[in-house]
Design a protein around this ligand. Sequence first.
Ligand code: GLC
Length: 460
Amino acid sequence: MKRSSLFLIGSILVLAALGAALLAAPAAAAETPAQKEARMKWWTEARFGMFIHWGLYALPARHEWVKNHEHITDADYQKYFDHFNPDLYNPKAWAKAAKAAGMKYFVITTKHHEGFCLFDSKFTDYKAPNTPYGKDLIGPIVQAMREEGLKVGFYYSLLDWHHPEYPVDSIHPQSGDAAFREKMKGRDVKKYAEYVRNQVREILTNYGTIDCLFLDFSFPGKDGKGRADWESEKLLAMIRELQPNIILNDRLDLMDVPGGWDFRTPEQYLPREWVTMNGQRVPWETCQTFSGSWGYYRDEASWKSIRQLLTMLVEVVSKGGNLLLNVGPTARGTFDERALERLAGMGQWLTTHGRSVYGCTAAPAEFPKPANCLLTYNAAAKRLYVHVLEWPMGTLALEGFGGKIQYAQLLNDASEVRFRDTSKPGVADEEDGPIKNAVILSLPVLKPNVEIPVIELFLK
Ligand code: GLC
């Protein structure tokens, strides 16, 4: 062969190798901040999603960690598998309830820590199709939610309290059983990590476009598990390759890896302010329950009220975050009536007040938060939303707002709210006290008949 053609073939091979390497690298790692923002745009604007925790633990109905809490062995847990038959499962009804609640996306457990898979996996027998129910549970809900216009998210547990190669650790149900630990000493976490990759590949290839992925969780250190155990980098590269636009949570123990996470996940608490990393504001989503446990819990009485839940949603948006609110369906396949009532109540409020939530974020610093209020802001529409948590007597003073407001109205009925702008000479009167540069709203004595009244301010 001539030297020139050898050179040509050589160059082609080098280029092909380079191309393959580029393809294999997680695309998100090479993203600019603007590209990441664009990829996450739908999610940031959505603000409100539904978490669904469903599994065998719906049968004991006393927490999704019941296997751990009560140190239940595989043999004793088997009765829940043998009796799993959600005969009333109606994915269309779930999707309608989520849509009517005002939720824009959902995230469902495909496998929780107990190891039971709601989907049809080639890599385990421990799955819904092998229970009395006999079918995949994931496909139908994905389809139903998509039909209602919701984006699709999967939760997948990195922990697995059933897999035969999952090394026993500090939070395994049998962690305190020395004899069991000794017997299971030979478990190979490498084989387990491969199982995780195989299953994540399945859920990311068998159901079309998956919009978000919630992997749960890492607890590195003594008797724990983290990136070395899960082989997180390898898993990450596969995820980014299979679903390049997917939005990924932060529990792979890859906080220092570019593209290793897309958003932070404060769980069951409200951050005091917009969540930051190295001083920078980052995307965040708080996941919350109605009553404390994620799985269906029959006897739990600590249910939050509609009003509390709405306040939580607004507070989250006022700090630039998303709320992923959890439903734990029953073992019959239905949403608990307590959940349905709250979902409906939130949806009712959002029908008229969605404008202060979707596409909104924290107010610019030049607008200080008035007492007993929460502020959200829509930059594109140039509007500020004052959520009034305690209805005041007659007036509401917005300090620092002077000169900035063009028009004001109640959001529930678009009725005008008249105001005085004390930044203008001669407008402040004695009643206003020492306040300067404020907008004083005149409010009706009667609180509007909605959970949280909102005043919509059109900015100049
Ligand atoms: C925790 C819990 C779990 C729940 C999850 C939701 O990590 O282990 O039960 O699924 O949080 O974020």
